[in-house]
Design a protein around this ligand. Structure first.
Ligand SMILES: [Cu+2]
Length: 420
């Protein structure tokens, strides 16, 4: 494939049912019909990131998502790239069945949710802003054909936002977002999505010293060959906007084990991937360590065949797409700098307490008013201690297991948000 065959476009600028969104919805619906035994199914794809308690099957490809480590960006890039191929193939399949020409899959690429596109407003906005979900994700119904305007068919991109689960079982039973997150104007505050701080960093990854990052980074700590899950420090991009958007949407999006099963997940991560490209475009550099470049991940192509691309291969594969814009929504200098800006070492450790609920993670003092879901939970110090102990394990596999166990034990049950 030649360079930039596909263009990933900005969903925040699209018509409600732009063909890109229409076909995405149709393909998601098709993946949702496939069984868990099929690696191209919606549920299998979600399990590659994290496995909800409703799934008891095991697979070496499950629960890979690395957070709080330097594989966060390349792993998610490969994850998206294979998912995009699977969606494209599903579109091709549907279009062939319905005799639709020209083949919409020939140019289809994953769109991105550019939440920081619209400027902040002093008072809550009264019209649609990029800080609300694009309309196609908020409507229970979708058109019955491409270009159609009658919304008559169930929409696979829609998740309920009027549901308060009374138990963990109920939480996983019904796909949902947090209350009122399908509001049309704004569900995220601008400071929570403004990537300015991340985009201002000049190094991708740094070594850590006694469990603390030695300096702020764009893409997290150097974790060597460890596909760490919520270790000790997030990179700036993973902190804002990544974690904030996960928790800001909430419900399944707020949980590591459920987030990819909200179709907005893929547009959120496409935006983070775009910001990574934009950051490099400013003259910054990726790591050149062999332990980063040679590390292999497990994904599946559109035929369900297992693939083990390295970071280096993931970077090469990504040359088949470009982004509509590398500058729109790429951050603006905050008008007012919060008083206590730099996170304390301890704060970064506490950030990892939010294992199941990325929102609760990584809040910075002075920048937290009204951050949904960002309340600090009790037990953070204990988790940090367990994580530090686990990290000291001489045997890496045992360390990873211990870290995961520590994480599992503290997965917030039903994350409650403070009222705004
Ligand atoms: Cu994420």
């Amino acid at each position: 494939m030649s360079n930039g065959t596909f263009v990933r476009r900005d969903a925040s600028k699209m018509d409600d049912w732009d063909p890109v969104l229409y076909w995405y919805a149709r393909a998601v619906g098709r993946l949702q019909q496939r069984p868990l035994t099929d690696p191209t199914s919606w549920v299998f794809q979600g399990c590659i990131h994290g496995v909800p308690p409703t799934v008891t099957e095991e697979n070496e490809a499950f629960t890979q998502c690395p957070h709080g480590g330097w594989f966060f960006l390349p792993w998610h890039r490969g994850y998206l790239w294979y998912f995009e191929r699977i969606i494209r193939a599903a579109i091709k399949e549907i279009a062939a069945e319905e005799n639709i020409t020209p083949d919409p899959s020939a140019t289809w690429a994953l769109p991105y949710w550019n939440y920081a596109l619209d400027a902040p407003t002093k008072t809550p906005p009264t019209t649609f802003t990029s800080r609300a979900l694009p309309a196609a994700f908020r409507s229970p119904k979708m058109p019955d054909r491409p270009g159609g305007t009658n919304l008559t068919v169930d929409n696979p991109l829609f998740l309920r936002d009027d549901f308060e689960p009374a138990s963990e079982a109920e939480f996983w039973e019904i796909p949902h977002r947090a209350k009122k997150k399908n509001s049309a104007h704004q569900i995220l505050r601008y400071p929570d999505v403004n990537p300015f701080r991340a985009m201002s960093e000049t190094i991708f990854a740094a070594t850590k010293s006694q469990g603390q990052s030695t300096q702020p980074t764009f893409g997290s700590e150097i974790t060597y060959t460890d596909m760490i899950h919520f270790q000790l420090a997030f990179g700036d991009l993973e902190d804002v906007p990544h974690n904030q958007v996960h928790g800001g949407v909430g419900g399944w999006m707020g949980r590591v084990d459920g987030s990819p099963r909200d179709p907005i997940f893929w547009l959120h991560h496409a935006n983070l991937d775009r910001l990574w490209t934009a950051w490099l475009d400013k003259g910054n550099h990726n790591p050149d360590h062999a332990s980063w470049l040679d590390h292999e991940f497990i994904f599946f192509d559109e035929t369900g065949k297992q693939k083990r691309p390295s970071t280096e291969t993931v970077l090469k594969d990504a040359q088949d797409y470009t982004y509509e814009s590398l500058t729109d929504g790429a951050g603006t200098r905050p008008a007012r700098v919060p008083p206590a800006q730099a996170p304390q070492a301890g704060e970064r450790v506490l950030a990892t307490t939010a294992v199941g609920n990325p929102t609760a993670a990584a809040r910075r003092p002075g920048c937290d008013d009204g951050v949904p879901g960002a309340e600090r939970r009790p037990g953070g110090h204990a988790l940090a201690r367990r994580q530090r102990r686990a990290a000291d394990q001489p045997h890496p596999h045992r360390a990873q297991r211990a870290l995961r166990a520590a994480a599992r034990d503290t997965v917030p049950r039903l994350p409650q948000r403070p009222q705004r």
